[in-house]
Design a protein around this ligand. Structure first.
Ligand code: NDP
Ligand code: HSE
Length: 432
């Protein structure tokens, strides 16, 4: 065991859902944390917007709350940023680093847009920048990527990294309910925020995918480089169709390394019910890695919530604190590969397409021709019963993998085919 040294001064920026759980644990578990670090972690201040608000759940004495985050960060050895948003979080973290503090953050929004600025500052000052909680909450995923797998080559990262949307899609799958109804329930239960835009539009997963792709492929991938489609277009009918063909719809973040470069995308995806991601229920997260040496790895656990997220934050804090005592620092930015980032058009996927077509001779052949014309092979086709009212029938197709651009062109082409009354649904498929 280390000889215990002088306390290390910790500043906390934010005392909301995650911040209050971190503060509480710093108090409740102070002795163990001190023993693991080799020095007590002394909370010297907590920056919030409203310092007069009572926050008994945090266990922080009222005198420690401040609205003067600027000065607080200059007095700390270690700064934990749990405010969220881009500003003032970015300026405060840079200020903390400039003053020599090791920093910990859960701020995926900031890292996804401006990670390299933070990395550069931490590198120059020789301090830690850690952010385990920014992706998949409690799940140890970023440290394995940055450290344990540093000698391997990651080929693919694919997973469920947003708990709110997984809760919604899972509930739709289990009950057949419409998205709007389940979203309202998710808000009542506190999974989805009052403004759930970032979750349901996929932006939260998009930022996380950028962080994952950057670490996995040693290449800078920003949030804007990640193709993003949210779940608002997923209907109860889509869920029902997926069920009929033995699949389930999940919002997946998928990052691939190909011979031509890397791609990152977030979109609702059909996966076979036999695939392990299909069994990820409620607000849980799960991420698959496919690597050259280790092969397949799966990480599963709670991706959000006060205490699970605090677990990841505290792990980073202990590590940064140890570095303050022993010297050294955590891994630097690794972006040496500088691989090209491919547009969605160049990624390869399978598609599920549901069409309403005239139930007449020759229609199937003409539909199949539209795929053939783009060089796309059909994996399976299923026709529903002809409706006597309008003479239309539903056609469900799953394609073999093909370039996304070719699939998109096929769908556009199908809309022009006279026999096709409507293209009702287009979803990508993975894990076949
Ligand atoms: P909350 O909104 O619950 O808390 C934010 C805290 O930051 C509040 O205490 C707020 O003060 C304070 N704050 C915000 N802006 C300022 C400002 N300008 N100056 C001073 N204080 C400010 O957020 P969460 O705890 O949910 O999230 C924190 C971070 O963790 C975010 O980056 C989020 O993305 C990330 N994260 C969250 C997870 C979760 O499950 N909630 C999971 C994984 C990551 P006040 O209370 O006075 O308003
Ligand atoms: N809103 C996010 C989710 C929180 O639902 O997963 C965790 O980052």
């Amino acid at each position: 065991m280390h000889p215990v040294t002088q306390p290390l001064k910790v500043a906390l920026l934010g005392c909301g859902v995650v911040g209050s759980a971190v503060a509480r644990q710093l108090t409740d578990d102070a002795e163990d944390l001190a023993a693991r670090v080799g020095a007590p972690l002394e909370l010297i201040g907590v920056a919030v917007r409203d310092a007069s608000q009572p926050r008994p759940e945090s266990g922080v004495t009222p005198d420690l709350f401040t609205t003067d985050a600027d000065s607080l960060v200059t007095r700390a050895d270690l700064v934990v940023e749990l405010m969220g948003g881009e500003e003032p979080a970015r300026s405060l973290l840079l200020r903390a680093i400039e003053h020599g503090a090791g920093v910990v953050t859960a701020n995926k929004a900031l890292l996804g847009t401006d990670g390299p600025t933070l990395y550069a500052a931490a590198d120059e000052r020789g301090v830690d920048l850690s952010f385990e909680a920014s992706v998949a909450g409690a799940i140890p995923l970023l440290r394995p990527l940055r450290e344990s797998l540093a000698g391997d080559d990651v080929q693919r990262v694919m997973g469920i990294v947003n708990g709110t949307t997984n809760f919604i899609l899972d509930k739709m799958d289990r009950t057949g309910a419409a998205l709007a109804d389940v979203l309202a329930e998710a808000q009542q239960l506190g999974y989805a925020e009052a403004d759930p835009t970032a979750d349901v539009e996929g932006y939260d997963a998009q930022a996380k995918a950028a962080i994952l792709a950057s670490l996995a492929f040693h290449t800078r991938v920003a949030t804007g480089d990640v193709h993003c489609e949210g779940i608002m277009g997923v209907t109860a009918e889509d869920i029902k169709d997926a069920r009929k063909i033995g699949m389930v719809i999940k919002l997946l973040a998928i990052c691939d390394r190909t011979p031509d470069g890397v791609s990152a995308r977030v979109h609702p995806t059909l996966v076979p019910r036999s695939h392990p991601l299909a069994s990820v229920h409620d607000a849980f997260n799960a991420v698959f890695l496919d690597t050259a040496l280790a092969g397949e790895l799966m990480f599963y656990g709670r991706g959000a919530g006060a205490r699970p997220t605090a677990s990841a934050v505290l792990g980073d804090l202990v590590q940064a604190a140890r570095h303050r005592i022993d010297g050294g620092h955590g891994p630097r930015e690794s972006a040496y590969a500088e691989l090209p980032i491919l547009p969605i058009a160049r990624t390869h996927t399978s598609y599920f397409i549901r069409l309403e077509v005239r139930d007449e001779p020759g229609v199937l052949a003409r539909v199949a021709n539209s795929f053939g014309a783009q060089g796309i092979s059909i994996e399976s086709m299923r026709q529903g019963v002809r409706r006597s009212a309008d003479g239309l029938a539903t056609l469900q197709l799953v394609t073999h993998p093909a370039a996304d651009a070719a699939l998109a062109a096929t769908v556009e082409g199908l809309r022009e085919v006279d026999d096709v009354h409507d293209v009702r649904s287009v979803l990508r498929v993975e894990g076949l």
